[in-house]
Write a protein that binds this ligand. Structure first.
Ligand code: PMP
Length: 425
């Protein structure tokens, strides 16, 4: 029987000592009311909350969990290096090996810099582009997430208008709007930023069209600006190379994080030869950026990426899930909007302007042991099994029944603060 009294008590205590009770997208404030905020442990494809409830976790830590929580050989590499030395006065020699391996695996990359969070890597990418071009304007897709620094955070509180100076926006996959944004940047274009797929929250995901990706490349070449693909979330989940290798387009810079060490804290900026000097002459560092243990974990993760069928496996598990959920939904008279690559699924309901069906369904799934997200893309990890997927589909079926039997539900009020309910999303 699902219970949440321990979580509730922790949330009350958190209210007193953590601003807002929790921050960032790790706050469950915008999820169905009973979603657990705190977790106790995780193993393979599962995590347990502080009340002891087990979930098949389709959020994978918001991306890092690629091979399974607590993966034996990755964690052994981490612990082994931790015992030898982690955060020292300088990096361990294996930093060079990690850079060699990343640049060998990612076609466009000739050099690598390591940092801690995805935001570090996207911010450095912007700086390298500005240093390379000696220009300021960056062109970005509207609604795309590139991190939580003042220049890119989706919430403006605490930022100055000048933090956003020199930015022009386009619509993902819309070539005309990309061209218009580049025209607006005039002779000040430093970079075009692109997400590897459109993976914004609350809207359907989209694969990039080859036309859009190629045009972004051409425009950067014409203007001598740099093309940046932000592979922090999707990196190595869609390809064993940069994600735009799928559309045959090579960026100049790419940012990585999340899954590159299966959850151990490390991110990276990779770049092409022409941007090497620009990268060497920005000032970038952090107290924990050179820690050796996450680098050891990353080396083992990269080996598994090269040597296992994790990619084909997560793809086929994702397709099995997608098909099963569509079938279960139709039994109950629902139509799902399942968008994006099957291994990075986003699942919402057709005809659900107030998100009420989605919230009720996710709540029912969660209380039966499946952790889904109602409006953010999810992730398939290689530790999941066919049985996990089939069990998920069964639980989803039961949860559709709950939604069907609850009749008409009011719009999800907590989303009103985002202005999402007003414009009929
Ligand atoms: N870019 C993308 C595409 C992301 O998904 C994220 C994290 N969700 C970031 C950048 C920022 O990464 P981090 O939270 O590690 O700073």
């Amino acid at each position: 029987m699902w219970t949440n009294s321990v979580d509730k008590a922790l949330r009350e205590r958190a209210e007193a000592v953590i601003p807002g009770g929790m921050y960032g997208h790790q706050s469950v404030r915008l999820l169905p009311d009973d979603y657990p905020q705190f977790f106790d442990r995780a193993s393979g494809a599962y995590m347990w909350d502080t009340d002891g409830n087990r979930y098949i976790d389709y959020m994978c830590g918001y991306g890092p969990n690629l091979f399974g929580y607590g993966h034996e050989s990755i964690d052994a590499a981490y612990i082994n290096q931790l015992k030898k030395g982690d955060t020292m006065t300088g990096p361990a020699g294996l930093m060079v090996e990690l850079a060699e391996q990343m640049t060998a695996m990612v076609t466009h990359a000739d050099w690598a810099m390591f940092c801690k969070n995805g935001t570090d890597a996207t911010t450095m990418a912007m700086m390298v582009a500005r240093n390379f071009t000696r220009k300021n304007t960056i062109v970005l897709a509207k609604g795309a997430y590139h991190g939580a620094a003042p220049w890119c955070t989706p919430v403006r509180n605490g930022t100055a208008p000048s933090d956003r100076a020199n930015q022009v926006f386009y619509t993902y996959n819309d070539v005309a709007s990309l061209e218009e944004a580049v025209r607006k940047a005039g002779d000040d274009l430093a970079a075009i930023f692109a997400s590897p797929i459109k993976h914004d929250t609350f809207v359907d995901q989209e694969d990039p069209t080859a036309e859009y990706a190629r045009r972004a490349r051409e425009l950067c070449d014409e203007k001598e600006a740099l093309l940046i693909v932000d592979d922090v979330r999707a990196g190595f989940r869609l390809a064993r190379d940069s994600s735009w290798s799928r559309v045959g387009v090579q960026p100049d810079l790419s940012s990585w994080g999340k899954a590159i060490a299966n959850g151990h804290p490390i991110s990276a900026l990779l770049g092409a030869e022409k941007a090497r000097n620009a990268a060497a002459t920005i000032y970038a560092t952090g107290s924990f950026w050179f820690s050796a243990a996450p680098m050891a974990a990353s080396l083992e993760t990269l080996r598994l990426i090269r040597e296992t069928d994790y990619l084909e496996r997560t793809q086929s598990l994702g397709q099995r899930l997608r098909k099963g959920l569509d079938e279960a939904a139709s039994h109950h008279g629902f139509v799902l909007r399942q968008t994006g690559p099957a291994e990075i699924p986003l699942i919402m309901f057709e005809d659900d302007p107030g998100y009420s069906k989605g919230y009720a369904w996710n709540d029912a799934l969660m209380k039966r042991g499946v952790y889904f997200h109602p409006w953010h893309n999810m992730f398939i990890c290689a530790a999941m099994t066919e049985e996990d997927i089939d069990q998920t589909i069964q639980i989803a079926d039961d949860s559709f029944k709950v939604v069907r039997e609850s009749g008409a539900l009011p719009p999800v009020e907590k989303l009103a603060i985002l202005g999402l309910l007003a414009d009929g999303h």
